[in-house]
Design a protein around this ligand. Structure first.
Ligand SMILES: [Zn+2]
Length: 358
């Protein structure tokens, strides 16, 4: 506040006393404060879209009374526009260990980014966001088997559907619903069986440096907007700390158990007579990511049977786009992540079946 001394020199002494007293008064009157609060409430209702600008951890039927939404970056941008706030990002601290020499041979990147929200030449709020490459979603990749033909990590194992070998592995298949080419392979094909699977260090970490920076910016931005607009009454500060998911990051952050519980509750809520099949499928998926893949593969085949592979592939891609690709998650999270996808696909299947009957 280097201007304070010069400012005092230019005002008469009694004004200085007034100014001193004003320090103990609110900076805005009640009408303005109420209007400001109402503006945010109205912005949420009229400008913001649930699921895009903000989101909830629990589905509507399971939400606690008064559960706050978490703010996404598009929502933060809308509030910024509304209040005339312009973000400025400053790298507060960055650690870039490309060769891993300071981290036991494993590359490490960490960014601390400060977001300041300016209105004119005044900072209305600021916050810091952090992101680093050892967060589990960046550090690891689920080592899916790559297709020798098309090089996409879309190989799954199919099982015998009937006969004496029912339930036993049948072949490898480059699943089109996972972006693969549809070619089948023998179970003993070394080009596939020699590949390492399971959790492996992310080989593409260097491609993600930009993502890490953006994510740190985003975290800082959302927090700064909530600070600057006093929006914490409406939005929670840190969605990820609370286990929320983020539309740009796929279904990460919600634990597998949480997701399974959510989906079970949904299935129970929608349990109409003809949904028994769905409930059974969801139970099957719960037992692991491989079962999730199998159930998806079965539904894919069923949809394909009615309306062809193109449509089936599109339906799967859309489901993966909506809910994230479980194959990109750690193994223990995959089962849970397949649940919403199976739900979407099952609905698609029911729709095409209904149309086929007509
Ligand atoms: Zn392939």
């Amino acid at each position: 506040m280097s201007d304070a001394s010069t400012a005092i020199l230019t005002v008469p002494a009694d004004s200085a006393a007034l100014a001193e007293r004003a320090r103990f008064l609110p900076v805005m009157d009640m009408t303005i404060a109420v209007a400001r609060r109402r503006t945010i409430a109205e912005a949420v209702q009229q400008l913001m879209v649930d699921g895009q600008d903000y989101g909830y951890i629990n589905s509507a039927d399971k939400r606690r009374p008064g559960e706050k939404a978490f703010l996404h970056q598009p929502g933060a941008q809308k509030l910024d526009n509304l209040f005339g706030l312009v973000p400025r990002f400053i790298v507060d601290n960055a650690e870039e260990d490309w060769t891993g020499e300071r981290h036991g041979g494993e590359p490490f990147f960490r960014y601390l980014i400060k977001c300041q929200l300016w209105r004119g030449d005044v900072i209305m709020g600021e916050a810091i966001g952090e992101c680093n490459s050892w967060e589990s979603k960046y550090r690891w990749r689920e080592g899916g088997r790559k297709c020798p033909a098309c090089q996409v990590a879309s190989i799954i194992q199919t099982k015998h559907k009937s006969g004496k070998d029912q339930g036993k592995p049948k072949s490898f298949w480059c699943a089109p619903f996972k972006g693969g080419c549809g070619v089948g392979f023998e179970l003993n094909d070394k080009a596939i069986t020699d590949q390492q699977t399971g959790r492996v260090p992310n080989p593409d970490i260097f491609d993600q440096v930009n993502t890490l920076v953006k994510m740190a910016q985003k975290r800082a931005h959302v927090a700064a907007t909530i600070n600057a607009t006093s929006g914490s009454e409406f939005f929670s500060q840190d969605p990820e700390a609370l286990g929320g998911s983020d539309p740009d990051e796929g279904p990460i952050g919600v634990s597998a158990e949480q997701r399974i519980e959510q989906e079970k509750a949904k299935a129970a809520a929608n349990a109409e007579p003809d949904d028994e099949a769905l409930t059974k499928l969801l139970h099957k998926v719960e037992s692991g990511g491989e079962e999730g893949e199998m159930v998806c593969s079965d539904i894919f085949e069923a949809i394909k049977g009615h309306v062809g592979a193109d449509f089936a592939t599109r339906a799967f891609k859309e489901a993966l786009r909506q809910h994230g690709d479980p194959a990109k998650l750690a193994k223990e999270q995959q089962a849970g992540a397949y649940l919403p996808i199976v739900r979407v696909l099952y609905k698609a299947l029911k729709d095409v079946e209904a149309r086929a009957k007509k």
